[in-house]
Design a protein around this ligand. Structure first.
Ligand SMILES: O=CCCC(=O)O
Length: 458
């Protein structure tokens, strides 16, 4: 796959990049190793100063980078701006909090382990390889880089091949802000070259956000090298609506939860599981709202849905719809490729989906919603859990017993009650089952790439 920016709204090739040679990759690894030694010796205040300077740059560059994101992967420009500003927020969060999140933890009574003092402390691991996806081309990288650098680690980025301009912007960002040269670098390499980098003795650990097969393959290599790995893979998140809920509010939020980022988000709600008592009311509002969405040029401020990021991604969506309809699903709206140029897809809603259909099990990575009717809360939870994924979930109820039941029954990394799933720097993010291993963001995210040292003094 070429490393190139191709505008998904037009199909036009904007810029192609030459892949780094083996020598260039080697030089970058050498620089990363040297930076790891330098960064490890700096204190939190110094790193926080650099991180705040990087956040200032991100904010100052926001108009230009938002446009770059939209041209590279098609998200509506307002959402691109929001993504960029969220990056700055996460950078400031870790600048402000890294030191306390990584503070030493003393054992209250060291005599229980025959010590005069016993405590744990966090040390950086060194060089961490980040394999990142195109769907949030800045945010996915920053939510790794901000905690990693604040912990004293160094980052090497292998970004998706369709967002090289963003990758190269990130390549210089941290050095421009004052971090030592080599603290964060992009490797312009293909997927086939990741293994050699990960096996390199200078790389201590890896993180991957992306597809389940990519995650399995990176985890297999990291496992064979006994290197730490964090994986944030796909999701097919349930969105459960029960009769006690505000059904209108649920339907309004459901549209945003399914179509944000052109529906290309791991935490998008993908399966809408609705109690029969409120099913018709929900579906009418959901379908009407989905039909009313403005699909078009993502650089236009009024656009709500831009193109799918790749031609193959759009083909996948059309195939999922066609397969479901051929097997008896009811298509309430959309579901086709639209426009004469670019990779636009009409937002779609499917009903009467059965396990025989691909869309029942596969992650629909685009604005394609599946609505299921259920008779009760147990059936809702069972259907929600009938997936290999376990990223997040959204539940709509005002009954405290129902809320408790769903929080305890859902096999997901998060449960959002009466709201859509959103990632926040302050909250841990990650999944169970095939959705991944480990957590990003919050305290857990910064601790993932640390060596938790136990200190014992006699
Ligand atoms: O694609 C998954 C991550 C999306 C997010 O953090 O908002």
């Amino acid at each position: 796959m070429p490393i190139a920016t191709v505008n998904p709204a037009t199909g036009e090739l904007i810029e192609e990049f030459a892949a780094h040679t083996r020598e260039q990759v080697g030089q970058r690894l050498t620089r990363a190793e040297a930076a790891a030694a330098t960064l490890r010796a700096t204190d939190f205040d110094t790193r926080a100063r650099w991180m705040r300077a990087a956040a200032d740059l991100v904010e100052a560059d926001a108009a230009r980078t938002a446009r770059m994101l939209t041209i590279e992967m098609g998200k509506p420009i307002a959402q691109a701006r929001a993504e960029v500003l969220k990056c700055a927020r996460a950078m400031r969060f870790y600048a402000d909090n890294a030191e306390s999140l990584l503070a030493d933890q003393p054992l209250a009574d060291p005599s229980t382990v025959n010590a005069s003092v016993a405590y744990t402390c966090y040390a950086p691991l060194g060089v961490v390889l980040a394999v990142m996806p195109w769907n949030y081309p800045m945010w996915q990288v920053i939510r790794f880089a901000a905690p990693a650098l604040m912990a004293g680690n160094v980052g090497l980025l292998k970004h998706a091949s369709n967002v090289p301009q963003t990758a190269m912007y990130l390549d210089t960002l941290f050095e421009r802000a004052g971090f030592p040269a080599g603290s964060f670098q992009t490797l312009l390499i293909g997927a086939a070259d990741v293994e050699a980098v990960l096996r390199d003795r200078r790389v201590a650990a890896a993180t991957l956000t992306g597809s389940e097969p990519a995650g399995r393959s990176v985890a297999a290599v990291a496992g064979s090298e006994v290197k730490k790995v964090v994986l944030e893979l796909g999701g097919s998140d349930p969105f459960i609506v029960l009769p006690s809920a505000d059904v209108r509010a649920a339907a309004r939020t459901a549209i945003a939860a399914r179509t944000l980022n052109n529906g290309q988000s791991c935490i998008a709600a993908k399966r809408f599981i609705v109690h029969t008592e409120v099913y018709d009311e929900f579906v009418e509002a959901f379908v009407a709202g989905t039909k009313a969405l403005t699909v078009g040029d993502p650089l236009d401020e009024e656009t709500e849905i831009g193109p799918i990021a790749t031609r193959s991604g759009r083909r996948e969506l059309v195939e999922l719809v066609d397969d479901a309809v051929a097997k008896g699903a009811v298509l309430r709206c959309g579901g086709s490729a639209v426009g004469t140029e670019g990779w636009f897809f009409e937002p779609a809603v499917l009903e009467e989906v059965t396990p025989a259909m691909r869309v029942y099990r596969e992650e629909a990575f685009g604005p394609l919603a599946v609505v299921h009717r259920v008779d009760g809360i147990e059936q809702a939870a069972a259907l929600a859990n009938d997936t290999t994924f376990g990223l997040s979930s959204s539940v709509w109820t005002t009954d405290p017993d129902e809320e408790r039941f769903l929080i305890s029954s859902l096999e997901t990394g998060a449960v959002f009650v009466n709201g859509m799933t959103v990632s926040y720097p302050e909250l841990p993010f990650g999944g169970v089952k095939d959705s991944g291993i480990g957590r990003e963001l919050a305290a857990e995210g910064i601790r993932e790439f640390c060596n938790l040292k136990t200190i014992w003094k006699g």
